[in-house]
Design a protein around this ligand. Structure first.
Ligand SMILES: [Zn+2]
Length: 190
């Protein structure tokens, strides 16, 4: 049996077990960003049920240009469905023993920097070898990005592939304190 045949057989069991239609909006109002590593599936690790959360998976679970594009797409899709501002939680989950840490040698630096959207000489600031530091770097990057709504709550987790435990490194809610706008000229009320 090839892998696809195996997967379709599993899908048949899934259908037989009973399936009902779900909303395209995540029940937990959550979007999870994590690594494609097969040990790091949020369905198992975080008990995500079908329909609970949108999941974006890209190398390292890092906030790379690919991930930003996906987040902007999800934001657009949510806005198109009239759900642009519903107190969304963004959960970043990086993990120990990540394959991205194997790309730090000089022969991979350019490719890794391009993936992360930085210049090769800025790579050290991305803390690729340290998921705890990487989470903080990525939350800061989101907070500094004007295209990411400041009203989001953002949590950063590190998942330990050896123990199975996910640990909260930081939660920022809201992501950004909106600057108090000074009243527009001529708007003063009496
Ligand atoms: Zn990984």
């Amino acid at each position: 049996m090839n892998p696809t045949t195996e997967l379709l057989a599993r899908n048949e069991r899934f259908v037989q077990e009973g399936h009902s239609e779900l909303s395209f909006l995540p029940r937990l109002r959550t979007c999870i960003v994590t690594c494609p590593d097969p040990r790091v599936d949020p369905a198992q690790v975080l008990g995500i049920e079908l329909g609970d959360a949108a999941v974006v998976r890209a190398a390292g679970g890092r906030v790379s240009p690919i991930v930003l594009q996906q987040l902007l797409f999800l934001q657009l899709a949510g806005a198109a469905a009239g759900q642009s501002d519903v107190g969304l939680e963004l959960v970043l989950m990086q993990h120990t023993d990540c394959g991205i840490t194997h790309l730090q040698g000089p022969e991979h630096r350019e490719a890794l920097a391009a993936f992360l959207g930085v210049a090769a000489e800025e790579l050290d600031q991305k803390a690729v070898a340290d998921p705890h530091a990487g989470i903080r770097v990525d939350i800061d990057a989101l907070a500094a990005n004007p295209f990411i709504p400041g009203s989001l709550s953002v949590s950063g987790l590190v998942y330990d592939v050896a123990s199975g435990r996910a640990e909260l490194v930081e939660r920022r809610s809201p992501l950004r304190e909106e600057r108090t706008e000074s009243a527009p000229i001529g708007s003063a009320t009496t």
